[in-house]
Design a protein around this ligand. Structure first.
Ligand code: FES
Ligand SMILES: [Fe+2]
Length: 372
């Protein structure tokens, strides 16, 4: 399969349809970009509290699953640091953390191997006469984990650069914005379409005037002619002025470059972090979308969705003024339609409109590069 995407948008062909349907390609994605990128940790189904609250107390730990890999989060006992480890015993691979628990040591339930809160092997009976024991690999490998604005992020690459580097431009754009204290909802559902379709759709400015058309659509609520796309390394920012200034950000919350001498106000900052996180900042708060691949199911996506309120009154009006549910429903429908086309056997490689699809082109190129 050839999936090269030319750097010149005017001549580039997009990823072939097979990259959205092929299981081997999905495996490849999971073993490349999903092993080296910062990923938002999905919530655990059995506790409604945000993850950072669940592991707030010294020595507390919870099992989590990241792209089918069993892991656990552990708060330090001697320090306040949050750590992440594989939830797999180094002796004979039994899961170490079966449910939320707390304490200075962790004891494996299969043969009693003990670890401290830093993942270090402490002891196991029966090994007194074993030479060269314990080895470094009898301790647990620590994985980079960080919390950012109440979201836990993990990187499966132990040598990953800090999350702050991946989010540098995002942080700069938010420097004057108040913190989002309150999480209003957390939702997980499986939806149709390969995960890349969802990321691509998020980056696709071109469809707004059609799928979200006026009257009554997003194209009415925004001043589409002022739409901006900024490519920043592994992140993309899309933003636009609101048709009605009352629906825009207070300019005091945004850096100078978003200010408009004519008084127009920014409707939203739509940030995308490669490969699958969308951070949508609105005057009402933050909506986070994560498009998680599902192993062996290239035709479906686990859609993880969080909302944080900045202004409760405006949050209650988000469907009427910012069209949250409507845009979401229109996208879900469009993606299901595209999924059928992808599998039709009649889907040629597409081209990109150089005037409207810089972000889509950037995404296809980033994927082609990442799986090499
Ligand atoms: S598998 Fe954990 S002690 Fe044997
Ligand atoms: Fe859309």
């Amino acid at each position: 399969m050839d999936w090269h995407v030319d750097e010149d948008i005017r001549v580039a062909e997009g990823l072939p349809a097979s990259t959205f349907t092929d299981r081997a390609f999905l495996d490849r994605e999971l073993e490349t970009m999903f092993r080296t990128s910062w990923l938002v940790v999905p919530e655990r189904g059995d506790d409604p509290r945000p993850l950072d609250e669940q592991v707030a107390a010294r020595g507390s730990r919870v099992p989590i699953t990241m792209l089918h890999r069993p892991l656990y989060l552990q708060r330090g006992w001697d320090d306040d640091k949050l750590r992440a480890f594989p939830n797999t015993c180094t002796h004979a691979w039994y899961p170490l953390v079966l449910g939320a628990s707390r304490g200075p040591t962790l004891v494996c339930a299969q043969h009693g191997r003990r670890f401290d809160c830093e993942g270090k092997f402490i002891s196991q009976q029966g090994f007194g006469s074993a030479p060269n024991f314990p080895r470094p690999c009898d301790s647990l490998q620590s994985l980079p984990v960080e919390t950012w604005r109440r979201l836990a992020w993990i990187n499966l690459d132990p040598a990953a650069a800090p999350l702050g580097e991946a989010l540098r431009e995002v942080d700069a754009s938010l420097a004057k914005m108040p913190a989002m204290p309150e999480r209003m909802s957390a939702e997980i559902r499986d939806v149709a379409g390969n995960w890349k379709q969802h990321s691509w759709n998020f980056l696709d400015q071109f469809h707004i005037g059609f799928v979200h058309r006026a009257p009554g659509g997003l194209a009415d609520a925004i001043d589409l002619a002022t739409y901006q796309t900024e490519l920043h390394g592994n992140a993309v920012l899309q933003w636009v002025y609101a048709r009605d200034a009352a629906d825009g950000f207070d300019p005091a919350w945004l850096p100078e470059r978003f200010h408009d001498p004519k008084g127009r106000r920014v409707f939203a900052l739509w940030w995308f972090i490669f490969p699958n996180v969308a951070l949508n900042f609105y005057p009402w708060g933050l909506s986070v979308n994560v498009y998680q691949p599902i192993a062996d199911r290239p035709d479906a996506t686990r859609f993880v969705w969080y909302q944080f309120a900045l202004d409760r009154e405006k949050h209650a009006e988000r469907d009427r003024r910012w069209l949250s549910s409507q845009v979401d429903a229109e996208d879900v429908d469009a993606l299901a339609q595209v999924s059928r086309g992808l599998r039709s056997g009649f889907a040629p490689r597409g081209r990109f409109a150089p005037e409207h699809e810089q972000a889509s082109h950037w995404f296809h190129r980033a994927i082609a590069h990442a799986v090499r």
